[in-house]
Design a protein around this ligand. Structure first.
Ligand code: NAD
Length: 322
């Protein structure tokens, strides 16, 4: 059987696929016409971030599984996969901790204003520390987590370690489940009103697009720090820029953007109270290794021995009847 890897993965994933005697090849040219040509006879695809829409997928006549290297799958035509009984797997156990560490890094760096302190010392102004702006703690602060899935839960655990008060907005999770983890369920607007730290961990869909926009910034506290490591578009960037320009929030961190890469003249670049990263919050070396192993194992198990599959990772298992 033939497996294509679209994008680069850690060698551990390659080893698993090769051990199973699959013919494995990597695609480096992500243009639609090339994808159509190279994917026409593959049985499985291990997919990083390239888009796979119906125009490409309809050419993959032998395709049985797409294994996403990650947990979001808004880059794949999910309806097409369901209609054609093609499995979609994610790496559900690999990256929650890694993204959660990014969120804590952002909260602490922005609250501590660590970039100002670093600059001051490197400029030889050690003695001028009184000129630094006030900085703050996570201790006893109110953290609002929107989306209490794998990543939201991992963030909660870490914030509780800092003795923060953790509030959760997730209409799809029972209050009891939230309370069991020592967090407090709250409605979205109530949470936004009281939070000192806000972090977003919802999937991107038509209900969550612009989840935080002008109306929300109007009720968020001026001292709040807002972090988005979910998907671009969940925070409306124009509204965020306006909020930063009018000091409606204290600071923000973005790992994801409405357009990736963002344009070279994006107005977000000018703020020194904003931390940006290139959609790599889950890409620690440890996590890249875990994701490559988890995605490759899903392909191998799906194609050779479904008994061994981690069914929690198969997004459309009900539709496939497994
Ligand atoms: P998950 O599916 O485990 O959790 C998502 C949670 O969001 C669920 O509990 C769901 O009930 C909740 N939710 C859905 N719609 C909601 C809404 N309208 N309001 C409030 N809650 C809502 O997903 P996860 O593994 O925690 O990942 C969350 C998102 O983070 C993913 O969908 C992905 O897009 C993104 N992500 C980004 C990176 C990165 O590199 N920046 C890495 C991993 C995941």
């Amino acid at each position: 059987m033939k497996i294509s890897i679209i994008g680069e993965i850690h060698p551990s994933g390659w080893e698993i696929l090769k051990k199973s005697k699959f013919e494995v090849f990597e695609i480096k040219n992500f243009e639609v016409n090339n994808l159509k040509k190279e994917l026409n006879d593959v049985d499985g695809i291990l997919l990083r971030t390239s888009k796979l829409e119906e125009d490409v997928l309809s050419k993959c006549k032998k395709l049985k599984i797409i294994a996403r290297h990650g947990v979001g799958y808004d880059n794949v035509d999910f309806d097409y996969l369901n209609k054609n009984k093609i499995a979609l797997s994610i790496t559900g156990t690999s990256n929650a901790v890694t993204v959660a560490e990014y969120v804590l890094t952002s909260f602490l760096s922005l609250a501590r204003k660590i970039n100002f302190a670093d600059k001051l010392v490197k400029e030889g102004k050690f003695k001028e520390k009184k000129t630094l702006p006030d900085f703050f703690e996570l201790f006893e602060k109110k953290v609002l987590i929107c989306g209490f899935g794998r990543i939201g839960k991992a963030v909660a655990k870490r914030c509780l370690g800092f003795e923060s008060k953790v509030y959760v907005y997730d209409p799809f999770v029972e209050d009891e489940e939230i309370q069991k983890t020592n967090c407090i369920p709250i409605e979205k607007n109530e949470g936004l009103k009281i939070a000192d730290y806000i972090t977003l961990h919802v999937p991107l869909n038509k209900n969550t697009k612009n989840f935080i926009s002008t109306n929300e910034f109007n009720i968020i506290k001026k001292t709040a720090i807002v972090v988005n490591a979910s998907r671009g578009g969940i925070i409306n960037e124009e509204a965020l820029i306006n909020a930063l320009e009018s000091n409606q929030i204290q600071a923000a961190a973005l790992d994801v953007f409405e357009q990736e890469p963002p344009p070279g003249d994006h107005p977000i670049y000018k703020f020194n109270n904003v931390l940006l990263s290139p959609h790599n919050s889950a890409l620690s070396l440890e996590c890249r290794k875990r994701m490559s192993i988890e995605a490759a194992s899903s392909i191998v198990n799906y194609l050779t021995d479904k008994e061994k599959l981690n069914l929690n990772n198969i997004v459309n298992k009900n539709n496939l009847g497994i």
